[in-house]
Design a protein around this ligand. Structure first.
Ligand code: HEC
Ligand code: HEC
Ligand code: HEC
Ligand code: HEC
Length: 162
């Protein structure tokens, strides 16, 4: 056969060899199928340890119980029971080591994002107990009167008078 037939074949073989060589150099040695088989198992073994070292940002109200049980007990059966602590105090991250304490936001806006009365009839947001921020004690912090961990109570313990 003539050269012009062989030459493209040499090039094809060279490309395949190049790809095989590149695979050996680039793919990490611990990449493979591992325990879970071909469908889900393809991963780098050392990646498991990397994920274990990630600090989980939000860790749920249950994670606060060992140190703030009083707050957890107050809130759990209250109308705010469904709201996670971290919704108001921010993500726990490495607390109490880093950060040492979580944020306490006393701004009216913290509460108003849920409690400004909005005319969305027939929706969950529209059915939430709402107030008009311009007329509901406009200069005062909500916490002056409402205890955030059980909003049925006043900040100093009594039921809110109606
Ligand atoms: C291992 C114990 C521990 C856990 C778990 C923990 N905390 Fe704390 N927390 C502390 C300590 C200690 C302080 C600092 C208290 C102080 O200095 O008055 C603190 C402070 C705070 C503060 C600030 C209090 C203040 O008066 O300034 C908030 C808010 C808070 N934690 C919320 C949370 C929330 C929400 C969670 C769960 C997501 C949580 N903590 C989990 C130990 C813990
Ligand atoms: C609806 C928002 C909201 C939720 C949900 C919430 N907090 Fe708070 N938290 C506040 C506010 C606002 C303050 C400040 C109260 C004040 O100044 O009277 C506060 C204060 C605190 C403090 C400071 C100490 C104290 O005696 O006031 C701690 C600790 C705390 N919260 C922990 C928690 C934990 C733990 C949870 C969940 C079990 C939680 N909070 C859920 C809004 C919230
Ligand atoms: C993430 C949304 C959310 C945030 C933030 C929030 N609340 Fe609520 N609040 C609720 C829900 C849900 C209820 C349950 C009743 C309802 O449908 O309004 C409630 C109920 C209440 C009630 C009525 C309690 C009763 O007697 O039934 C008061 C008062 C209240 N919250 C005050 C506050 C204050 C003060 C803050 C700020 C510290 C705050 N809320 C922040 C969602 C929220
Ligand atoms: C000076 C005290 C005071 C302050 C400050 C205050 N409230 Fe109230 N709030 C009350 C009283 C008293 C009631 C019950 C009587 C009523 O419905 O007006 C009430 C009722 C509510 C209700 C229930 C409404 C309903 O339909 O049952 C919500 C929600 C509420 N407040 C949210 C807030 C929020 C959010 C803030 C801050 C932006 C705030 N309040 C500031 C005294 C206060």
């Amino acid at each position: 056969m003539k050269n012009h037939v062989w030459r493209p074949l040499y090039i094809a073989i060279a490309l395949v060899l190049l790809a095989v060589a590149a695979r050996f150099i680039i793919v990490p040695s611990d990449f493979g199928v591992h325990e879970r088989g071909y469908m889900y198992g393809w991963h780098r073994k050392s990646n498991e340890a990397e994920w274990k070292a990630v600090t989980v940002k939000y860790q749920t109200a249950k994670s606060c119980i060992p140190c703030h049980k009083e707050k957890y007990d107050d809130i759990k059966d209250s109308p705010h029971g469904k709201i996670s602590c971290e919704n108001c105090h921010g993500p726990r991250l490495g607390h109490p080591n880093d950060p040492k304490r979580l944020e306490i936001n006393r701004a009216r806006s913290l509460c108003l994002r849920c409690h400004t009365k909005l005319p969305y009839n027939g929706t969950l947001r529209g059915s939430m107990k709402g107030i008009n921020p311009d007329t509901h004690y406009p200069q005062a912090e909500c916490m002056m009167c409402h205890y955030p961990h059980d909003p049925r109570r006043q900040s100093h313990g009594q039921e809110v008078k109606r």
